[in-house]
Design a protein around this ligand. Sequence first.
Ligand SMILES: [Zn+2]
Length: 74
Amino acid sequence: MTYVCIKCRVNWVCGESSEEISGGLCEECIGEYIREKQRSKGHHDCFMRNTEICTEDCCSYWDNCNSRFLKGEK
Ligand SMILES: [Zn+2]
């Protein structure tokens, strides 16, 4: 499936490539969107920017944001 970001129009392919096109938000725009939310809640806008496990575990995006650090730990 080919995706087109509805915000910045960037294209990317996910899974099998095909003629089908779907709209969505690219990782970059999702990150910006979520960082905006983090700022509005008074958290650090560190989504997908942190380089180690975040200490703000009250943040509602914590799981999403830190899953990439937790993967290798099982
Ligand atoms: Zn985008």
